[in-house]
Design a protein around this ligand. Sequence first.
Ligand code: PHE
Length: 444
Amino acid sequence: MAFILAAAGSAVGLGNVWKFPYIAGEHGGGAFVLVYLACVAGIGLPVLAAEILLGRRGGGSPIHSFATLAAREGHSPRWSAIGWLGVLCAFLILSFYSVVAGWALSYLWYAVSGQIAAPGDGSLDVAEAMSGLFAGLLASPAALIAGHTLVMALTMAIVAKGIRGGLERALRWMVPGLFVLLIALVVYAAATTGTFLAAARFLFQPDFAALSWEAVLVALGHAFFTLSVGMTAMMAYGSFLSRDVPIARASVTIAGLDTLVALLAGLAIFPIVFAQGLEPGAGPGLIFVTLPISFAQIPGGAAVAVLFFLFLAIAALSSTMSILEPVVEYLEQRGGWTRRRATVLLGSAIWTLGLGCALAFNVGADFTLFGMNLFDAFDYLTSNIMLPLGGMLIALYAGHVLSRDALAEELGPLPAYVFRSFRFLLRYVAPIGIGVVLIYSLMF
Ligand code: PHE
């Protein structure tokens, strides 16, 4: 699959459209968004480029590449532990991500079957009806498990059998399609709600007094999550990258596109939040309640809803396959496992773990880990601890284990100051920055 398309497909997903708006809402907007943008540019982007170039240079599964490259540079092959951290992270992320991707599929069904509409009998207003629809989904173990199961089955089919060709064709029109649709939703929100400026102010006017260390950690963690870095997913894709693709430019394109989609999603959603008097910090249901309110009112909104949730589901699937891929590659390369067998085994294990995340919204709500339900615990642990930690180790590896010459050779011709700043970010800024944020936020 064309690298840029696959990598952009991995980066753009539920993280941009579902997660970014709701965590921005929970952490007060402006200052949080600014910190997130700074983390993407100053830490996420260099680590993204590092992962891609390590993947290409290593050429194997991430675990193997860490070991062989370290040995080649005269360092311990134990650096492959970063790959193991990535494997664990992939298990945990996919198990909750798949549940949310299942919501997108459920909403695709609601859209097709005409349930995203203003109630005809006038008994409820639209906002109440759409909140009720989401609450109904969360209350149904069967519906949540069905969505999760379908997502895992599709992901396994893509990873095992290479129906990737089909996914690539879908991505070719989905990425521009999602873009156009989000812009149309932003324009619609701007034209009809009268709260567009309030939303823009909420998202872009920073109030640093309201910013906690916890919010900084969430912003940093999300920078990793949204770019798919810190767990070696991009490394796995990098291993297929041909030598003539300039990595610096590819990384900037991927990060830029990813950020734009997130900001557009925020601008489409917050005007509705304010116009309807909803709570910006409403949590994971935010987009599933707000956007349907628009769809129910837009002329032809039913068709728009079908398209939107179809695009969201495809964006989610191109991310889920990138989470499973590095783990499958490892088992396949270790020998003895066919791709099919590795995919079925790992996919089923993740599916089982995901059942716990699905049930966390209803019958399993009382089961807690670190004071959170299983879904929130997996999300917190991966985004806010494991991905930053993985990112820190990858930065240290690319900056200190890999020699300067090897780094320069992979990046190709670049202006000297760009190369020097890139290496400086990897060697010092990213590891120290991540370390400080982790320590402060966990202590205070
Ligand atoms: N970047 C994806 C998203 O924003 C999620 C993801 C995380 C994918 C980690 C791969 C690895 O939806």
